[in-house]
Write a protein that binds this ligand. Sequence first.
Ligand SMILES: NC(=O)c1ccc[n+]([C@@H]2O[C@H](COP(=O)([O-])OP(=O)(O)OC[C@H]3O[C@@H](n4cnc5c(N)ncnc54)[C@H](O)[C@@H]3O)[C@@H](O)[C@H]2O)c1
Length: 395
Amino acid sequence: MSHVLILGGDGYLGWPTAMYFSARGYKVTVADNYFRRNACTEVDTGMLYPIPTLIERAKIWHELTGLEIKVVIGDLSNPEVMRQFFDGRVQYQWAINFNFTGLPETVIHYAEQPSAPYSLLDYKHADFTVMNNLRVTNNLLWAVRDFSRDTHIIKLGTMGEYGTPNIDIEEGWLEVEHKGRRDKFLFPRQASSLYHTSKIMDTDLMWFGVRIWDLRVTDLMQGPVYGVSTEESLMDARLKTIFNYDEIFGTIINRFVVQAVIGYPLTVYGGGGQTRGYINIRDTIQCVHAAEKCPPQKGEMKIFNQIMETFSVNQLAELTKKVGDQLGYDVRIKSISNLRKESESHYYNPQYHGLKKLGVVPNLLTEESLGSLFQMVDKYSANIRREVIYRGVSW
Ligand SMILES: NC(=O)c1ccc[n+]([C@@H]2O[C@H](COP(=O)([O-])OP(=O)(O)OC[C@H]3O[C@@H](n4cnc5c(N)ncnc54)[C@H](O)[C@@H]3O)[C@@H](O)[C@H]2O)c1
């Protein structure tokens, strides 16, 4: 049984990933410091429904399946907390068998502050974002370097690292011809938030570790994720992953559905021509699994663009309105002034063939899949707080 260590295992993507690998026979350890939950309290955002603690979820998972997900609660920006997973000193907060599981064959690194608006709230949040994200990545690289160089690191990057260049976005790399000579470089990156900039710096750190210490890394350049249900989470309502609909931590499709359900006009920033690549949460997990099954060689960094289709904000708003209206909601769309510094009309042509070549079969955004998200949100509509939907964080 292969051992997968999931950093950020309490998060939106981390918990469903943990259940997915556990259900498929992997030994799974999760680590988290509850930053995301605490930050939601700190900035007073709204989660659609309460979720059990990570330890409670691991217990529920065990009761339902007999399977073990070992839990460590700790801050991975502290190098000693990170190194315990590799030097055998690990202190599990919950497990069936408290003995050291052994070195992980794969580490899935989700443990970061993942919000652009949070990173730009003020200088303190900017400081936290940069320090937290870079430290966790650096600590992971050093732990793998010192104890387990064969471990495959799967790191979640973001399509936002590339920005919106006026040329096609390749999968990670660009061949450059300059004064008659050729070489291959990381595709140019130019993010438009501090959070996204921290992800660029992560990529640079990992590329350093690959070149200098022959580490094995896969960097998954993911677009905004939507949805909540996975095969495993449908087993029991208590296994659902977190769902934010606020401006700070909510992602656009999830947010639009919540807005539609309570009759809040869909918040289109500016002209609405901003185009990005999107992915269903089920496909995030499929992609991570595909990457896990196909590790890089020593000294190789694989990069995939982890999106399944592209939409402009206007297209998403129109689709949400169409589906919402069919279901009997009165959905309105409102253009509000864009407080972010970003192009509202631009060229966007990212390449994203690599993960499909590895066998990922996309779950595309259809009227039907959006309709089932409406149904899920509607069940919890009494919990929705209108005042946290828009608060005008500016860049
Ligand atoms: N959700 C998306 O739409 C999306 C899109 C592109 C990329 N990503 C990337 O995917 C990863 C996971 O995103 P998510 O949406 O699940 O975010 P999330 O906030 O729900 O999950 C991240 C988890 O990491 C934990 N964490 C953060 N810092 C930590 C630390 N120092 N020590 C221990 N735990 C820590 C948080 O508490 C949280 O549970 C992030 O790296 C994010 O940048 C997400």
